[in-house]
Design a protein around this ligand. Structure first.
Ligand code: E4P
Length: 217
């Protein structure tokens, strides 16, 4: 399973790279706004920091606008993945951009039929939004499970990128459901490593070790 970080904050990305666990980055217009940086500057910096896929979202509403914005964003670096919304125009843009050999992430997916269409349009990634479905009292994880079955039934190459991750439980369940990628906010990535029994166990091991007076190096 690949791990992407869902952020446009270069300081957070640098910390995660140091951990050695990050395969890519996803951004969206809200995350770019939150960074307070120029979209081209920040994306170019991120693409230099991370070797893997860096999703950059278009904001046009017609396929024509999305295609020209996507081509412009792709000029930033070879690891840019163009993110388009799951609308009919977005699917049309996905088809054109993917036929040009570009990586496309179809975002804002909330149903398995939408995911089916994205795969047919040649999407590299489909981004089902788990948290936003849960917010409405629906079961976001069921969507990941359904898409996994549909994509496997027809051998679609489109990767399932579990998005709108709000908790460590979402990460665990996405992994169990067979998502190919999970994009996680940095704060949640750190939480994945934490366990009170790990802290307690380490404390008692070190207390005993210190009593031996020995050194390893
Ligand atoms: C994914 O690509 C999106 O940027 C992100 O996961 C959306 O998450 P949110 O629903 O927490 O805003």
């Amino acid at each position: 399973m690949e791990f992407f970080a869902d952020t446009a904050e270069t300081k957070e990305i640098a910390e995660l790279i140091d951990l050695g666990l990050i395969d890519g980055i996803t951004t969206n217009p809200s995350l770019i706004r939150k960074s307070g940086r120029d979209v081209f500057q920040v994306l170019s910096e991120i693409c230099q920091m991370v070797k893997g896929s860096v999703s950059a979202e278009v904001v046009g509403l017609t396929a024509k606008e999305m295609v020209s914005e996507g081509r412009r964003l792709a000029e930033i670096a070879s690891n840019i993945t163009i993110k388009v919304p799951l609308t009919l125009e977005g699917l049309k843009a996905c088809k054109i951009l993917s036929s040009e050999g570009r990586q496309v992430n179809v975002t804002l997916c909330f149903s398995s039929n939408q995911a089916l269409l994205a795969a047919k349009a040649g999407a590299t990634y489909i981004s089902p939004f788990i948290g936003r479905l849960d917010d409405l009292g629906m079961n976001g994880m069921e969507l990941i499970e359904d898409i996994r079955i549909i994509y496997d039934n027809y051998d679609f190459d489109t990767k399932i990128l579990a998005a709108s991750i709000r908790s460590p439980l979402h990460v665990r369940e996405s992994a169990l459901a067979g998502a190919d990628v999970v994009t996680v906010p940095p704060a949640i990535i750190k939480k994945l490593a934490q366990h009170p029994l790990t802290d307690k166990g380490l404390e008692s091991f070190l207390a005993d070790w210190n009593k031996t007076g020995m050194k390893i190096v």
